[in-house]
Design a protein around this ligand. Structure first.
Ligand SMILES: Cc1cc2nc3c(=O)[nH]c(=O)nc-3n(C[C@H](O)[C@H](O)[C@H](O)COP(=O)(O)OP(=O)(O)OC[C@H]3O[C@@H](n4cnc5c(N)ncnc54)[C@H](O)[C@@H]3O)c2cc1C
Length: 478
């Protein structure tokens, strides 16, 4: 290690990727700094993305009483007139606490948090433009991790005014719950916010140029989600592109390429995200980004300049807080020669719509394409005692099992606690477990986890039926 540098590691960006890179290096006894703008501590994850959207969702599910309506009737509400402050106050509380946690973790690990905006001056030197009373500063480091994340992409033909026409970061600054909303773009962020506002009673129209939403998920589950969203009053405009958005003090008109016009109080664009690299002075470090501002890295998260790593959303797919953290940890481990295993290929996907979706492993469609023989077991929450207790009659869990090896190939969950439940399936799959593990295992009762047992028995029964007919020669006799 060259002691001539100010730090062994300098991290640009304090989102999940930057934080975990910094902490890993500190645990290895390295001198570490994190450069971040004061109002963005915790990154997009904490300030404008994951945590605010999930907190808002939780507040909406609670205050609308939506989850309890099966038990207490369709008109049940915890609060009848939900104001935007009911949502933002919870949000401020959670974000405030999380900022404290992050600051304390950095401090405990002796990581210097440098307030400001960093850019490369040369491959080992960063200029930090300070804020307010904090002066500008130059920082040198042996290793640099770029964890600068992304910002919402904005189509050039749309005028964003931050009041009527917003991107997904600005939706958090709404001053009231809109009566009507057009959401453009049905990726995960678009659908999540669309469902949150629909649950609040906003008339939501979701516009998407593809013919379907969430086409990487199990189609049966996507159909169930669409049914629920329609039931909340949401309209879909698939296969449609936005030609223009006109806005005035009184509202907006979104004109689609097909000629349709949609009036709404507010329009939210969720049209992908752009890597935060334009102002980084990449050329000074010998780096270039692609058209979407993303950096290319190898399997160890190293850019084309060996001592500069990049992690998190700035390197693109899968662009999740969950993966960014581990990328940061692994990048720092690699940089300082600490042995670490690469990430397991099985990674869960969680979609926090109302109701939520989660899955791990492959879908029926993928397996059919790959000519893998499988059987499916389904458990519906309405047949579980816990499903009745929590008032969820629509939830379901689907297990996909290899018909010959009985290995679990995929688990797909829809409904209450889907994003938690999926990890049971993920753990079994990760250990190469078969459906028989679930058949032979006692689970707590009454729980939603019981869905695994019911689905496993469903698969086992179907497989047995095929075996019996085959053994009895019935099939041969036909
Ligand atoms: C609405 C929304 C909902 C989401 N929901 C989920 C979810 O449920 N689950 C999930 O796993 N993921 C979710 N994500 C994705 C998740 O937020 C990102 O994957 C994650 O935040 C990426 O982490 P990161 O480390 O790349 O940094 P980011 O969190 O993107 O933060 C990057 C930081 O770098 C800073 N920065 C940039 N340039 C500079 C510079 N020059 N100098 C100093 N600092 C700089 C920025 O200020 C920012 O704070 C969501 C995202 C959004 C937008």
């Amino acid at each position: 290690m060259n002691q001539g540098y100010d730090f062994d590691l300098a991290v640009i960006g304090s989102g999940p990727g930057g934080q975990k890179a910094a902490i890993m290096a500190a645990k290895l006894g390295k001198r570490v700094c994190v450069i971040e703008r004061t109002q963005m501590i915790g990154g997009v994850c904490l300030q404008t993305g994951t945590i605010p959207s999930k907190t808002m969702r939780e507040a909406v599910v609670y205050l609308t009483g939506l989850q309890m309506r099966e038990l207490y009737g369709a008109s049940y509400r915890v609060k009848s007139d939900i104001a935007i402050t009911d949502l933002t106050s919870r949000l401020q509380h959670v974000v405030g606490r999380e900022i404290e946690v992050i600051r304390s973790q950095l401090m405990r690990n002796h990581i210097e948090l440098i307030a400001g905006t960093g850019r490369f001056v040369d491959p080992h030197t960063l200029a930090v433009q300070g804020e307010g009373s904090t002066g500008d500063r130059t920082v040198t480091a042996d290793i640099i991790v770029v964890a600068t994340g992304t910002t919402p992409a904005r189509p050039p033909h749309i005028e964003f005014d931050g009041v009527r026409v917003l991107d997904s970061d600005q939706i958090l600054t709404l001053e009231r719950v809109p009566d009507s909303l057009v959401v453009v773009g049905a990726g995960v962020i678009g659908v999540e916010y669309a469902s949150i506002f629909a649950a609040l009673g906003t008339r939501v129209t979701l516009v998407e140029k593809r013919p379907q939403i969430l086409d990487f998920c199990d189609p049966e589950i996507v159909e169930s989600l669409k049914f629920h969203l329609r039931d909340l009053g949401m309209s879909f405009r698939f296969g449609e592109e936005v030609a223009s958005v006109a806005s005035s003090g009184r509202g907006t008109i979104t004109t689609l390429a097909s000629g349709k016009r949609i009036a709404a109080e507010v329009v939210m664009y969720s049209a992908g995200r752009q890597g935060n690299t334009a102002a980084l002075g990449l050329d000074q470090a010998g780096l270039t980004a692609d058209q979407r501002g993303r950096l290319r890295v190898d399997g160890d998260y190293r850019t084309t300049v060996p001592h500069i790593y990049a992690v998190g959303d700035v390197i693109g797919f899968p662009a999740l807080a969950a993966t960014s953290m581990d990328q940061g940890r692994l990048a720092a481990a690699h940089a300082f020669g600490e042995p670490a295993n690469e990430l397991h290929h099985l990674q869960p996907i969680g979609i926090y719509t109302i109701p939520e979706i989660s899955y791990c492993g492959r879908t029926e469609l993928q397996l059919t394409d790959e000519a893998v023989p499988f059987e499916v077991g389904i458990s519906r929450y309405r047949e579980l005692a816990r499903g009745q207790i929590v008032g969820d009659s629509y939830g379901m869990l689907k297990l996909i099992v290899h018909t010959e090896t009985r290995e679990i190939l995929g688990v797909h969950v829809f409904g209450t606690a889907a994003t938690e439940l999926v990890h049971i399936g993920q753990a079994i799959m990760g250990c190469g477990g078969t459906v028989d593990y679930l058949v032979d295992t006692v689970l707590n009762y009454p729980t939603l986890s019981e869905a695994y047992k019911v689905a496993a028995l469903d698969v086992a029964n179907k497989l047995r039926a095929v075996e019996r007919l085959t053994v009895e020669g019935v099939i041969g006799a036909c």
